[in-house]
Design a protein around this ligand. Structure first.
Ligand SMILES: C[S@@+](CC[C@H](N)C(=O)[O-])C[C@H]1O[C@@H](n2cnc3c(N)ncnc32)[C@H](O)[C@@H]1O
Length: 271
C-alpha cells in the first residue's frame, strides 16, 4: 500500500474495529434481522455450496458466517485484520469445527494470496467491503487463491440507497376521516456518485466511529473486472412487508420495495 489516504483510512478502520470488537461480538452474536432476512439467504443461495468445498470468509469478524458455512459442510478459512475480532471468533469455535482463522489485511494483495495458490473453491464476505479502505488488492488476491471457475459472493449496503449519503424519510398524508392517515416512507439520495470516506457507526452504542468507504456500483465492481472476475449473480434484498410497523417511523422495516442490501456473485473464468 503506497497511497497515504488509503493507509490512513485503513489505520483508522483497524483502530475502530479493535476498539469495537467486544461490543460487536456481544450484539451480533450468531446473527440479527439483517443477517437472517437479507444477507444470509442470498449469500447461501448465490454461493450454492457443495459439501467438502474449501471456502474463504473474507473479513470474518466474529466468525458468524464461517460457522454457517462449516455447518453446511465446507472447510473454512476465515480472515480478518482485527486480532480482537479473531479472538472472539476463536472463542466461539466448537470442538472439531473445520474452521481456521488467520490474521490477514485485505488491503495487502500478497497477504491474501499467501492463503494458498488456487486453494479455495469459493470465497464469501458479508457486509465488509464498505469497511475496507482499498478493495482492488482483495479482488486481485482472491483471483490468485480461488481455483479456475471459483466464485466470490459478497453482500454490502446497497450503494444506491443505503449509506452516509442517504436518509430515510417519512410523510404522513391525511386522506380524510374515511380513508384515515397514510404513511409513506422513502430514501432521499444526495451524493451517490461521490467516492467519499465518512465517519459512521456500525451499530448504535458502539464505542468508536469508523470510516465508511462509499463506492458507487461501478467503483465497487470495476476493480473486480480488472482482476479477472465476471459478474454472474445479483440479488437486491429488502425486509418483508409483514414487518412494517408505522410506530417505528422511517426505518428499513418500513420500505419493503427499497433494498438496503445488495448481494453479488463474481466468478473467475474456468481456465
Ligand atoms: C461489519 S464487520 C462484518 C464482519 C462479518 N463479516 C459479519 O458479517 O459478521 C466488518 C469486518 O471487516 C473487517 N475489516 C475491515 N477492514 C479490513 C481489512 N483491511 N482487512 C481485513 N478485515 C477488515 C473488520 O475488522 C470487521 O471484522
Amino acid at each position: 500500500m503506497t497511497n497515504p489516504s488509503i493507509e490512513d483510512g485503513n489505520a483508522r478502520s483497524l483502530a475502530a474495529w479493535e476498539a469495537n470488537a467486544a461490543f460487536w461480538d456481544d450484539r451480533m452474536g450468531e446473527g440479527n434481522a439483517w443477517v437472517e432476512h437479507l444477507c444470509w439467504p442470498a449469500l447461501r443461495d448465490l454461493l450454492d455450496l457443495r459439501p467438502g468445498e474449501r471456502i474463504l470468509d473474507a473479513a470474518t469478524g466474529n466468525g458468524l458466517f464461517a460457522r454457517r458455512l462449516a455447518a453446511l459442510g465446507a472447510s473454512v478459512v476465515g480472515f480478518d485484520f482485527s486480532e480482537a475480532m479473531l479472538e472472539h471468533a476463536r472463542a466461539r469455535a466448537a470442538e472439531g469445527d473445520p474452521i481456521e482463522y488467520r490474521h490477514v489485511d485485505a488491503t495487502d494483495e500478497e497477504a491474501v494470496a499467501a492463503l494458498g495458490d488456487h486453494a479455495f473453491d469459493g470465497a464469501l464476505s458479508n457486509m465488509a467491503l464498505m469497511d475496507i479502505a482499498d478493495i482492488a488488492p482483495l479482488y486481485r488476491g482472491l483471483a490468485r487463491v480461488l481455483r479456475p471457475g471459483g466464485r466470490f459472493v459478497f453482500s454490502v449496503p446497497h450503494p444506491a440507497f443505503n449509506g452516509a449519503h442517504f436518509a430515510l424519510y417519512a410523510e404522513r398524508s391525511d386522506l380524510g376521516s374515511v380513508a384515515g392517515l397514510r404513511y409513506e416512507y422513502g430514501v432521499k439520495v444526495t451524493g451517490y456518485l461521490d467516492i467519499e470516506t465518512t465517519e459512521v457507526i456500525a451499530m448504535v452504542g458502539v464505542p468508536q466511529s469508523q470510516p465508511n468507504f462509499h463506492r458507487p456500483l461501478a467503483e465497487l465492481l470495476r476493480p473486480a473486472f480488472t482482476a479477472g472476475f465476471a459478474l454472474d449473480g445479483l440479488e437486491e434484498r429488502a425486509f418483508p412487508p409483514e414487518l412494517r410497523d408505522d410506530s417505528r417511523g422511517p426505518n428499513w422495516d418500513n420500505v419493503p420495495s427499497i433494498p438496503p442490501v445488495i448481494v453479488v456473485r463474481l466468478r473467475l473464468p474456468s481456465r
